[in-house]
Design a binder for this molecule. Structure first.
Ligand code: OSB
Ligand code: MG
Length: 373
């Protein structure tokens, strides 16, 4: 790939957007989306990236505070100092920093966007993907009552989502899944536990086999590939790993151990698009189903997730749903919408295809800093 002209400046913006409705998982409830955005500038062009970290270390150890600190002191200075910078070279420049994949992904995403805008190609083409419409999927948070859950699933079906994921946690599982399955016998349905269960719960998790779920996402602890393998051996339902897969070697180990049959790739969780692409290629070559997760991203990260899903290996609908489910106003245009048949078109034009709206950025912004050479 052709290098971008030397970067002139890098900016960190922290935005906080109210969610249209609260989103609850086994680890907590979010009423707002607070995200760290990175803007890279070179020769009159801008590239934007978004971190998938949250304010609290409940999904992963990173927080928006650690993301800002790692970007400010290590990652953005490394990009500003680099000559002959290309997106695939970023992972090498960042290698010295241990961990912090969400900080790395935000910076790398911004460079992919900048590179493809400067070269007047859509992001999917820069990544080597094939233009196609992306099948939508939806992740429905824990609800206050079974009636509300059934209503939310009915809404999702009416909107045309290709598959429905519902969150479960200890004590809010078997009976809920039974009711949803009874009301929607043919629905492509799956559950996500966000690591809430332990090996003591194997009997319960085995009873979920009865409901013909597409998969069971991250039932056990993040670091526990061994117990996931023991569980998968006892289940007919495929296990899908989310939190457990931080690197390509995690995917290799999970496959070798038989810990899962499916991987939810979040490009933020694995350190960016280059790493996500490598894991998708591994999945394709080894019979693992792969799909793209989501982290309630603003339009910046949501567009990246759509482009990512044009790559070979993304065999199942992901968690990319319509912007209006999350935000009444986003920081970028245009919002993601579903076609009549539940597909999502790629944002048109070069780069990620979405455009920052400066007035909205200013209104939602709770932090801003400029890093110079
Ligand atoms: O486990 O996939 C998850 C949101 C925040 C943190 C973790 C998860 C999720 C989702 C929502 O399931 C996916 C989305 O709608 O973006
Ligand atoms: Mg998950």
């Amino acid at each position: 790939m052709k290098p971008v002209p030397r970067l002139e400046a890098a900016e960190i913006h922290v935005v906080r957007l109210p969610l249209v409705s609260p989103f609850s998982t086994s680890f907590g409830t979010q009423t707002h989306k607070e995200a760290v955005l990175v803007c890279l500038r070179s020769d009159g062009a801008d590239g934007w990236g978004e971190s998938t970290a949250m304010p609290d270390p409940f999904y992963s150890y990173e927080t928006n505070t650690t993301v800002c600190q790692i970007l400010r002191h290590y990652l953005l200075p490394a990009l500003l100092a680099a000559v002959d910078l290309t997106p695939p070279a970023v992972a090498g420049l960042f290698r010295r920093v241990r961990g912090h994949p969400m900080a790395k992904a935000a910076a790398e995403n911004a460079l992919w966007d900048l590179w493809s805008r400067r070269n007047d190609v859509p992001l999917f083409a820069a990544l080597g993907g094939t233009a196609r419409r992306i099948p939508s999927g939806i992740s429905i948070g824990l609800q206050d009552s079974p009636e509300r859950l059934l209503a939310a699933v009915a809404d999702a079906c009416a909107a045309g989502y290709h598959r429905v994921k519902i969150k479960i946690k200890r004590g809010h599982d078997e009976a809920l899944v039974r009711e949803v399955r009874r009301a929607f016998p043919a629905l492509p349905l799956m559950v996500d536990a966000n690591a809430d269960y332990s090996p003591a719960d194997f009997p319960l998790l085995q009873r979920l086999d009865e409901f013909n779920l597409m998969m069971m996402e991250q039932p056990l602890a993040e670091g526990d590939l061994f117990q996931h393998a023991r569980l998968q051996a006892r289940l007919r339902t495929p296990v899908c790993l989310d939190e457990s897969i931080g690197t390509l070697s995690d995917a290799e180990a999970a496959h070798a151990l038989g810990s899962c049959r499916v991987i939810n790739i979040k490009q933020g969780r694995v350190g960016g698009l280059q790493a996500a692409r490598a894991i998708a290629a591994f999945g394709l070559g080894h019979g693992l189903d792969i799909w793209s997760g989501g982290m309630l991203e603003t339009g910046i990260g949501r567009a990246v997730n759509l482009h990512l899903q044009t790559l070979p290996g993304f065999s199942l609908p992901g968690d990319t749903s319509a912007t209006a489910r999350y935000f009444s106003e986003d920081v970028v245009d245009r919002p993601v919408e579903l076609d009549d048949d539940g597909f999502i078109g790629l944002p048109p034009g070069p780069g990620s295809g979405v455009t920052m709206v400066p007035d909205r950025l200013r209104r939602f912004r709770v932090g801003h800093e400029v890093i110079t050479r």
